[in-house]
Design a protein around this ligand. Structure first.
Ligand code: UDP
Ligand code: MG
Length: 330
């Protein structure tokens, strides 16, 4: 039987927390009663430096029922960091962890399917939004173009998947190996590997409170996603520099022929050549430097080179508990 932990980042969510707790408690108790998850499963709220009464509410919830637990972060670090903090804190205690938002925009009935897929042996189960008609037109189009752009930039994302997902303990151990400070979880999780599955669900509107993701945060999130996953923008500069430099060589021939044919005013040839050749060379130079910075950037991430999924006859494999020998992760 699985010990299931729910991890919920909360930033100024006092308006929604009561109702969220009520609905999640019902869901968890149903799962416990039907024997699908163990009775020491937990609902963990991560208070991401809220300015309102969120933490007090979490404390009250915990006092009322041991099903509820809380993690208090020292300050607001943003959704991704709060989520990671929660996942890392609980990973040693749970067999599987599901992350979801406090506003219950993600249909919690999908949790049943998540658990079922995990029982079938999948380590990572991605919640995928079936449609986005309920979002505003603006949010829908920006989100869709974001996925397209990310794919173009070389980060493989699961389409229409936000951070509603189940991860097994070993998948979380894998995640812990990624030492990056630029956090973009939905780009990192597919890099872990392990068998994964997809569960579709409908996304609802926020039932209370306001979105904590205004346009400014969304843009910086998108930028974080692109820049922490690829050095393609740098490569674009190199390509551009190369092209302009090539054009400048052609132009050079053209300008010189004009010069010798005597069809220019004095001084024009020199200026025209300088602008093109120097401009192209500079861009090319920046691009080359960028290539090296890009390499350094990727190196400083110190990402794990590989995560071993299974070994036969090497070390010990303690079955059932989800624990494995130290030699498993290298
Ligand atoms: N959140 C957080 N820290 C932040 C901003 C948001 O922990 O700095 C949490 C928030 O409480 C919610 C989740 O992240 O549980 C998603 O936020 P929200 O629903 O506002 O985003 P949206 O659904 O509008 O994209
Ligand atoms: Mg929301």
């Amino acid at each position: 039987m699985n010990k299931l932990y729910l991890v919920i980042p909360c930033f100024n969510e006092e308006e929604v927390l009561g109702e969220t707790a009520k609905q999640l408690k019902k869901k968890m108790n149903m799962l416990i009663q039907s024997g699908r998850i163990s009775s020491d499963s937990r609902i963990v709220f991560v208070n991401d430096g809220s300015k309102d009464g969120t933490w007090t509410l979490i404390e009250q919830l915990h006092a009322s029922d041991a099903l509820f637990a809380g993690i208090h972060l020292a300050r607001n670090r943003g959704h991704q960091h709060a989520l990671l903090a929660g996942l890392m804190q609980v990973k040693a205690h749970a067999d599987a962890v599901i992350s979801l938002d406090a506003d219950l925009q993600d249909d919690i009935d999908a949790i049943d399917a998540f658990v079922a897929r995990h029982d079938e042996g999948f380590d990572i189960v991605y919640g995928v939004r079936r449609m986005r008609e309920k979002d505003s037109w603006f949010k829908r189009t920006t989100a869709q173009s974001f996925y397209k752009l990310m794919r173009l930039m070389g980060a493989e994302l699961v389409y229409n998947h936000a951070d509603y997902r189940l991860m097994s303990r070993r998948a979380l151990e894998g995640l812990a190996e990624f030492g990056e400070t630029n956090l973009f979880l939905r780009g990192i999780v597919p890099l872990i590997g392990y068998p994964s599955a997809v569960v579709e669900y409908e996304r609802n509107e926020r039932f209370a409170g306001e979105s904590k993701y205004p346009l400014k945060k969304m843009l910086s999130f998108a930028l974080e996603g692109i820049t922490s996953f690829s050095i393609k923008p740098i490569r674009m500069i190199t390509t551009l520099g190369f092209l302009i430099f090539a054009v400048s060589l052609v132009m050079l021939g053209y300008f010189l022929s004009l010069h010798f044919a005597g069809r220019t005013v004095p001084g024009w040839t020199t200026i025209a050549i300088s602008v093109w050749a120097i401009g192209g060379l500079q861009l090319l130079g920046i691009g080359v430097i960028g290539e090296y910075i890009g390499k350094t950037y990727l190196e400083t991430k110190a990402r794990p080179k590989f995560i071993v999924e299974r070994m036969i006859g090497v070390g010990s494999w303690r079955d059932g508990s989800g624990e494995y020998a130290d030699s498993q992760l290298m």
